[in-house]
Unconditional design. Structure first.
Length: 256
């Protein structure tokens, strides 16, 4: 299976890394930032195309590992190719690729950073295609990289992307703020590891709203006020109040 990658960021790096021990052949890389594409190509010993017109039209897959707002433009600028044109966005619909005949989506539910990425082996991969044959092709590619491949429509994927953002990005931000407060007091953040690990595990073993604890759900105003007085970051104070209000209202609305 021959693949061409358009893009040179975290997603491109992750796919290149994941393909190393497979029979997938990365034919080449193109990026509008030439220095980045050359550096990435040299790192993985593949060709770097200098312009989009240099890209051959007979590869099996063309993976658009680019930011969401560029997908439609790049898909339109790419010549009509024989292979499958694939975007890697969780939010954008497959219709962003409408100029191309063969369309698909490959979206890993993963927080990708070049400095910490290893592989996609256990990562849920969401795929979509505009025909059964194209489904077969993108599934064959995804199966080479992950043991967890799922057929997900554009409509479904946008909700998964929303939930992934809240679950991963927002929670990590809250953790960063909590660590900041402990750093102010020269306290070791790792003492919270057991608590955090248990909270994540419990959220998959029980209905999350049913196992909420803490001062907000019991409307313990005295404790919450003491916490607010302790917080040094005013932004964190605002979030504390907002989150506490949300927790209590969820309970009051009988969802919890």
């Amino acid at each position: 299976m021959q693949v061409i990658i358009l893009g040179s960021g975290n997603m491109a790096f992750a796919i290149l890394t994941s393909c190393l021990n497979t029979d997938v052949e990365i034919v080449g890389i193109f990026s509008k930032t030439k220095e980045n594409s050359i550096a990435l190509a040299n790192n993985f010993n593949v060709k770097a195309y200098q312009s989009i017109s240099e890209i051959p039209t007979n590869a099996d897959l063309y993976l658009l590992c680019i930011n969401d707002d560029s997908i439609n433009e790049v898909a339109n600028n790419l010549p009509i190719v024989d292979g499958l044109v694939v975007h890697c966005s969780g939010l954008k619909p497959i219709s962003e690729l409408n100029k191309q005949i063969n369309q698909a989506v490959f979206w890993p539910i993963e927080s990708i950073n070049k400095n910490s990425f290893s592989d996609f082996k256990n990562t849920p991969i969401c795929i979509e295609a505009n025909s059964e044959e194209n489904y077969r092709i993108i599934e064959a590619f995804a199966d080479r990289l992950s043991k967890n491949v799922n057929k997900i429509s554009s409509a479904e994927r946008q909700y998964l992307h929303l939930a992934a953002t809240i679950t991963n990005n927002f929670s990590n931000h809250l953790i960063a703020l909590a660590k900041q407060e402990l750093d102010f007091q020269h306290l070791d953040y790792t003492i919270l590891k057991h608590l955090l690990t248990k909270a994540i595990n419990n959220s998959f073993n029980f209905e999350p709203s049913k196992i909420q604890t803490g001062p907000a759900i019991r409307n313990d105003i005295s404790t919450m006020q003491k916490h607010l007085n302790l917080l040094q970051n005013t932004h964190t104070k605002d979030l504390y109040e907002l989150m506490s209000k949300s927790i209590f209202e969820l309970k009051e609305n009988n969802y919890a």
